[in-house]
Design a protein around this ligand. Structure first.
Ligand code: AMP
Length: 215
């Protein structure tokens, strides 16, 4: 069971889980947020366009987003599976994914919803820190850096991302409820939805995730 979608509100911990899944099962971790941020850092046209939306807590339009993911999952290293983190985020994106896989006689195996209530999300996001150089993510309480403010992996500074600031988080949450939450029903109907309790400690969440993937 190795074609995996991680669902969940921003800050639910799906990125952390996705990274661990990728490591454990030796499959690529495909994060659309990371792809946009890498483009932004490299000053590409795509990065510039994406930034306009990201800074406001809005979703980048589907046409920009879908092509990138479809190109990525057709690459050789994705043939034994991959974990999608932050995609799909809208029903049209989910439909585009289903259709693209259909064409090559494939389908996603499982969509795991990391469930966390809104109240906990805002609190969590304010403690989130990210390295804008290598993309590593931390949390001041649950996943602190070894040296304060310094990325363990590359030694650059870790910061509170603009889109993790409280006012943007509220906007992202309402966008999540309007546009992304309907995917829970979409994948329930496809019979591939699984839910884990994202309020547990990270290791417990990962244990629940691996139980799903290995059942
Ligand atoms: P993330 O790191 O997954 O929280 O993504 C950060 C931001 O990138 C989001 O708030 C959106 O603006 C944008 N983004 C990431 N993935 C998508 C997607 N699948 N569709 C549209 N926008 C996205």
């Amino acid at each position: 069971m190795k074609k995996i979608i991680m669902l969940g509100a921003p800050g639910a911990g799906k990125g952390t889980q996705a990274k661990q899944i990728a490591e454990r099962y030796h499959i690529p971790h495909i994060s659309t947020g990371d792809i946009f941020r890498a483009n932004l850092k490299n000053g590409t046209e795509l990065g510039k366009k994406a930034k306009e939306y990201m800074d406001q807590g809005l979703l980048v339009p589907d046409d920009l987003t879908c092509d990138i993911v479809m190109d990525r999952i057709r690459q050789e290293d994705c043939k034994d599976g991959f974990v999608l983190d932050g995609f799909p985020r809208t029903i049209p994106q989910a439909e585009a994914l289903t259709e693209a896989l259909d064409k090559i006689n494939q389908k996603m195996d499982v969509a795991i919803d990391v469930a966390v209530p809104d109240e906990s999300i805002v609190e969590r996001m304010s403690g989130r820190r990210a390295c804008l150089t290598c993309g590593a993510t931390y949390h001041i309480v649950s996943i602190p850096t070894k040296a304060e403010g310094i990325c363990d992996k590359c030694g650059n500074a870790v910061v509170l991302r603009d889109d993790d600031k409280p006012e943007t988080v509220q906007k992202r949450l309402s966008v999540y409820h309007e546009q992304t939450q309907p995917l829970i029903d979409y994948y329930k109907k496809q019979n591939i939805l699984q839910t884990v309790d994202g309020t547990q400690p990270m290791e417990e969440v990962f244990k629940a995730v691996t139980e799903i993937l290995e059942q």
